[in-house]
Design a protein around this ligand. Sequence first.
Ligand code: SF4
Length: 310
Amino acid sequence: MEAKKTPVVGLPRAMLYYRYRTLWHAFFDELGIKTVVSGPTDREILDRGTSLAIDEACLSLKIFLGHAASLVGKCDYILIPRVSNFGRHRNMCTRFEALPDLAKNVFRESGQRFLTYDIDVLQKKNEAAAFQALGQSLGFPARAVRKAYKLAKKAEQAKYKALVREQEQLYKTDGLKILIAAHSYVADDPYIGWTVTSYLKKAGVTPIRADIVDRAGAVGCSPQISPTCKWEMSREIIGSIAMHCDKVDGIILLSAFPCGPDSMVNELISRRVKRVPVLNLVLDSQTGTAGVETRLESFVDIIRFKEGLL
Ligand code: SF4
């Protein structure tokens, strides 16, 4: 009898990958499923994604489609979850609701298969149930899937706690500190947001990430800046700003053009946060490193001047 082939699952290195990578890798590893991750974003991935997306798509979505395209034909399934909400007033941007359908449509002629799971707590579909359905749809017994999710969740929590601890230490360091307020997939992407982190480091400034934070605590603090914001990831970021703006010398609001949630939320932050200088930096597919670096250079100079360091 021929042994049953274990599928290979492709993970696009974009959007939710940056939030869930530990959980995904640990879950699939535990089930003995091989994963393949698309390479770091580069010009080719961005151009490919741009050609597949409608003009109105945000930069993050274009990058995502480029990553998905680079995995087509290289794996049995590409994982694209649908994440709608985590409860009342805890929504995700609508792009995350549409992503599986959008990708299936964009790649409909490629023959590529997709794997998805559905998180919609308002419809009683939570993460544990979503992973249970996902594992069982791949033919694994219910018990094995439960165990895999439990272990993966534990690994994710431990890793994230360590990351948060690391960030918290940075607030206590000497010298200039700048808080980068961005979605993880913007700040961490090596082709777009990472330019900001590396520039600040080169300039002798400590970059700190607003998105790496005790999430429940940040959501609890978010009403200090906006009591009505309903996007979960934006609430985490504004809550993190409320918690930390007294401990930093400046804030960079970094977003991907054209981002609906960020255009509202970042405007609000600029109006509400008065204690420290705020730079609003919007990245698009044409943004060159030079333009970004010039704006960062003058922002850092303004802060240094304000602190009497120039
Ligand atoms: S939050 Fe903004 S950047 Fe993220 S997917 Fe939605 S529109 Fe794109």
